[in-house]
Design a protein around this ligand. Structure first.
Ligand code: OMP
Length: 219
């Protein structure tokens, strides 16, 4: 909780605030949970914003010290994120990694298949937007394993720090079940801190504390 924030984390939080990525209200999640906040990465909808986002993702990879051979962006939302991360790793860090993504439906003409881009081999880093119950990321992990490659980690912008299938958080379950780290630029804790510092968000802050009681984990 006391770990100091990195520049890339601050920059990312500023970006999400500028772009209204973070919203308060009532949102039904993929998991069926009704959340008082939602994180919509679709609001990163310009070239400059996406470039900035890619730099934050790339800095998080480098800062994690994780050794990876390639990036994988799950359809749909992970695709531009993996692309932006790959570009920033090459441009800012001199690391030219292969990258790939999947289609939601297999193509039966042209080049065919479900996977596009570099062949899935070696240590693969999944790049996605948000983790809640971990359903999305488990699908990607299964796909990577089915290709004979090795999942090396999961890189996300926000870890909502919610329970997965049991009492642990989804991210903790992935770490336990696959032995790989989940690297998040920010977490629910940061959202709580932000709302707690703004007097005009007192009601939202209370609702998020109640939500944490229901779906969160002790961290
Ligand atoms: P899980 O598969 O339950 O981990 O949910 C993760 C997915 O839900 C993300 O990939 C998003 O598509 C979506 N999501 C958000 O984008 N932002 C949120 O704040 C919450 C969700 C969600 O539905 O849980």
């Amino acid at each position: 909780p006391d770990t100091p924030m990195h520049d890339y984390q601050r920059d990312f939080i500023e970006l999400t605030l500028q772009r209204n990525v973070l919203r308060f209200g009532e949102f039904t999640l993929k998991s069926g949970r009704v959340s008082p906040y939602f994180f919509n990465m679709g609001r990163i909808d310009s070239g400059a914003a996406l470039a900035r986002l890619g730099r934050a993702y790339a800095a998080a990879v480098v800062n994690s010290g994780l050794e990876v051979d390639m990036l994988f962006g799950p359809a749909y939302k992970g695709i531009p994120l993996a692309a932006a991360t790959a570009i920033a790793l090459a441009d800012q860090h001199g690391r030219d990694l292969p990258w790939a993504y999947n289609r939601k439906e297999a193509k039966d003409h042209g080049e065919g298949g479900v996977l596009v881009g570099a062949p899935l081999t070696g240590r693969v880093l999944i790049v996605d937007d948000v983790m809640t119950a971990g359903t999305a990321v488990r699908e990607s992990l299964a796909l990577i394993r089915a290709q004979g490659a090795t999942p090396a980690g999961v890189l996300i912008a926000l870890d909502r720090q919610e329970r997965g299938q049991g009492e642990l958080s989804a991210a903790q379950e992935v770490q336990r079940d696959y032995g790989i780290p989940v690297v998040a630029i920010t977490s629910f804790r940061d959202v709580l801190t932000y709302a707690g510092e703004r007097s005009d968000l007192a009601a939202e802050h209370q609702r998020m504390l109640a939500y944490r009681e229901q779906y969160g984990v002790r961290s």
